[in-house]
Design a protein around this ligand. Structure first.
Ligand code: SF4
Length: 475
């Protein structure tokens, strides 16, 4: 997938000018966000579940090598094959080579964010293999040639009119604004692909180490069909999706769906352990699990950013974030939008590619409050900001302009020396005259980033010290 994280500002401006996107983002807040609040309030042991989930994730990530080895052992025991891919290149090669070796013509895909990271559909296309997304939202954006807008609801930015027009243009269907009819049309198209497909690709919401089981959570049943209809099933997932046991899985299943959509239980929970066994009536003849690193070990190696690997991709932090709810998902320029994307994308794509993302936050803490695993997102955003301003880890990637550096140095010196501070404020009072209106500074060229979209308080006519002296003299 093309990385466009450098174009955050342009992408944000496009979304903010689009009334459909703004309306849909507002609906998202009143829909998913409000439903999450109700669902968590109605779950008596919610806080205890969060604590438990966090403790499980902490333990698992700290012992990831042990659990990954256990997964390999158990998947192999169940008749499947595990491939550890260092990066997207290795993962794409493995999957496309496998498809070619088995003579695959059509692939059906259940939602997989890691395969988006890899740009797998393009690689299939280059190999002459048809690859069809079967999650309704993913299907819509595949037809539109776009990327997901939201972790849970990839086509949330589109109106029913947009979808009707898209289906009419791409599938030749009659225009209709009836959502049920649009759903039926997608089903008609996809049913044929399910029957035709030689290979099913899925992600994994969780992988249970003690059994080697891949667990999928869907509301449309497409995950179940993608894993049971084709002869070959390949699950592709990031190495952080591990949970140690089936008992632990229960904790995450309760938290995930309540945090994502506010449902008590998702419509389909599918658990796949290896290929079909002799006594089973359906399931694939061959099963492969591709576990992808693709930069995650950089997060694992950094104790300050490691907790980002606890993420269960529920999307709650996106729905709660006042910045995401204005700029939407495409502005973030890669697979993972919103607050968690602002941490993960700079590390996975290279911090120089995504310098604006850690700054795309008001640090209000709504994401931390919404997160079912209690991930401290604002703290990690500050860590990345520090990296970018101080250049400790990436000295060539400093984001602070020379002007800002000089200004803050002078500010520091000034505040340590009252005489210098008086001279500085006297100069500032004169310099601000062309830009100060009603006590606020706007559009000052030397402070353009600070004053283009907001105002700064102007320096008052007299300082506190002067006023104090005046008042004392009047007494
Ligand atoms: S960071 Fe937390 S709230 Fe955001 S997607 Fe991940 S688990 Fe959900």
């Amino acid at each position: 997938m093309q990385v466009k994280t450098k174009q955050f500002n342009q992408g944000a401006a496009v979304a903010m000018r689009n009334p459909t996107i703004q309306k849909n983002l507002l609906d998202l807040y009143h829909g998913f966000h409000s439903a999450r609040l109700k669902a968590s309030a109605a779950t008596p042991d919610w806080e205890a579940l969060q604590d438990r989930a966090r403790a499980i994730k902490e333990h698992t990530v700290e012992n990831l090598d042990h659990y990954l080895a256990l997964i390999e052992e158990n998947v192999t025991k169940a008749g499947g094959k595990v491939y550890f891919a260092d990066d997207d290149v290795a993962a794409n090669k493995y999957v496309v080579d496998l498809a070619k070796a088995r003579g695959v013509k059509t692939v059906i895909k259940s939602k997989s964010m890691v395969s988006e990271e890899m740009g797998l559909n393009h690689h299939f296309e280059d190999a002459g293999i048809e690859s069809v997304e079967t999650d309704l939202g993913e299907y819509i954006i595949q037809l539109a040639g776009e990327t997901p807008f939201h972790i849970v609801a990839p086509a949330i930015h589109k109106s029913r009119q947009d979808v009707s027009q898209l289906f009419h243009e791409k599938l030749g269907s009659m225009p209709s604004e009836d959502i049920t009819e649009l759903g039926r049309e997608a089903r008609r198209q996809l049913r044929q692909k399910f029957i035709q497909a030689d290979m099913g690709i899925t992600g994994a919401n969780f992988i249970v180490a003690e059994t080697g089981t891949v667990v999928l959570v869907t509301n449309e049943g497409n995950g179940r069909m993608s894993t049971s209809m084709p002869k070959l099933h390949v699950a592709i997932t990031g190495m952080e999706k591990v949970v140690p046991s089936m008992d632990d899985l229960g904790t995450f299943l309760r938290l995930l769906i309540r945090s994502a959509t506010g449902q008590r239980l998702t419509s389909y929970v599918t658990a796949v352990t290896g290929p079909r066994r002799e006594h089973e009536v359906d399931g694939p003849e061959e099963f492969h699990l591709v576990i992808v690193d693709n930069g995650r070990s950089k997060l694992l190696a950094n104790p300050e950013l490691r907790e980002s690997l606890y993420c269960i991709r529920c999307g709650a932090c996106l729905n709660a974030c006042p910045v995401y709810r204005k700029v939407g998902g495409h502005a973030y320029g890669w697979v993972y939008p919103g607050p968690i994307g602002a941490i993960v994308s700079p590390v996975l794509t290279g911090i120089g590619n995504a310098k604006d993302l850690p700054f795309a936050s008001s640090l209000c803490g709504a994401c931390k409050e919404a997160c079912p695993v209690r991930i401290n997102i604002p703290r990690m955003l500050l860590v990345l900001r520090r990296e970018l301003t101080e250049g400790t880890t990436y000295p060539d990637q400093k984001r602070v302009s020379l002007f800002e550096r000089i200004a803050f140095r002078m500010w520091r010196i000034g505040f340590q020396n009252p005489a210098l501070l008086r001279i500085g404020t006297a100069v500032g009072r004169i310099a601000q005259i062309p830009f100060a209106r009603n006590g606020r500074i706007k559009n000052a060229p030397f402070l353009s980033k600070w004053t283009r979209y907001r105002t700064l308080p102007a320096l008052p006519k007299s300082s506190f010290r002067d006023r104090w002296r005046k008042l004392s003299n009047e007494k």
